[in-house]
Design a binder for this molecule. Sequence first.
Ligand SMILES: Nc1ncnc2c1ncn2[C@@H]1O[C@H](COP(=O)(O)OP(=O)(O)OP(=O)(O)O)[C@@H](O)[C@H]1O
Length: 257
Amino acid sequence: MAKLLETENLGIAFGGLRALSDVTLEIGRGEIVGLIGPNGAGKTTVFNLLTDVYMPTEGTITLEGKSIVGKKTYQITRAGIARTFQNIRLFKDISVIDNVKIAMEGDMHYSALAGILRLPSYWREEKAADLRARELLRVVDLEDFADAKAKNLPYGQQRKLEIARALATQPKVLLLDEPAAGMNPTETQELAEMIEKIRKKFDVAILLIEHDMSFVMEICEKLYVLDYGMVIAQGKPEDVRKDPKVIAAYLGGNEDE
Ligand SMILES: Nc1ncnc2c1ncn2[C@@H]1O[C@H](COP(=O)(O)OP(=O)(O)OP(=O)(O)O)[C@@H](O)[C@H]1O
C-alpha cells in the first residue's frame, strides 16, 4: 500500500526525560495499524507529536510526502489527520448532532452576514450539514440519539461520538486513542466491526492505541510495539505477539496490560 503518513527517527525529551527515540512508523492508505506497549511507553506522545500538541526534538513527520512538523493543529486537521482522545473531549452540554456539526465548521461556506440574517445560503449549508452529520451518526450507530445531550450518552457511546466528530473533518488518517477503553466485550466487538466499516466507507487509514489485545489482534494489519519510548517490534500481529522482546516488555509491565 502507498505510504500516507510516515515518521522517521522521531524523538522528544521532556526536560531530562527522553520520552521517545528513533520512532519510525509507516501508515499506508486505508491501513489499520496498532500502536501498543506498556503504560508510559510513549504511545499518546506519538499522537501528540502527530497533531502538534508537542514539537519533536528530532525526526520528521510527513503526510503524503509533505512535512507537517511545525504546522498548527488546525492545519494538520485540514491536511487530513484527525484524532480522538484517551479522556473523551466532547461539548457535553450540547446535543449529539451539534457536537458533530461543530467539528464540520471548517467546511461551512456562507458569509457571517448570511449567518446573521439567515439568508438562503445559510439555510442551504445548514441543511447539507444536518444531512451529513446524521449520516456520520448513522455510521457510529448514534442516529437515534442525535438530539440527546452528549453528557447523557453512556460512556461507550461518547467514544463513538468522538469518532463521528473526528470523521466530520474528512480525515485521511484517523488516530484513535484507546477507543475500546471502558467498553464491555459486546461493545468492543461492535466497535471492531464499526472501525472496519469506517475504513471501507471513508477510505481512511486508522492508527490506534489500544490495551485490549484481542481487539488489536482482530482488526490491525500491522502493529508497532513501543517500550520505553522506542519501537521494539513491528509487523503482522501474529508475528509480533510471539516476539520475545514483546513478551518480556509486557511481562515486565503493569498487570493490567
Ligand atoms: N508533557 C509531558 N511532560 C513530561 N513528561 C511527559 C509529558 N507527556 C508525556 N510524558 C512522559 O512521557 C512518557 C510517555 O507517556 P505517554 O503518555 O505517551 O505513554 P503511553 O504509552 O500513552 O501510556 P498509557 O498507556 O499509560 O496511556 C511517560 O513517562 C510520561 O510521563
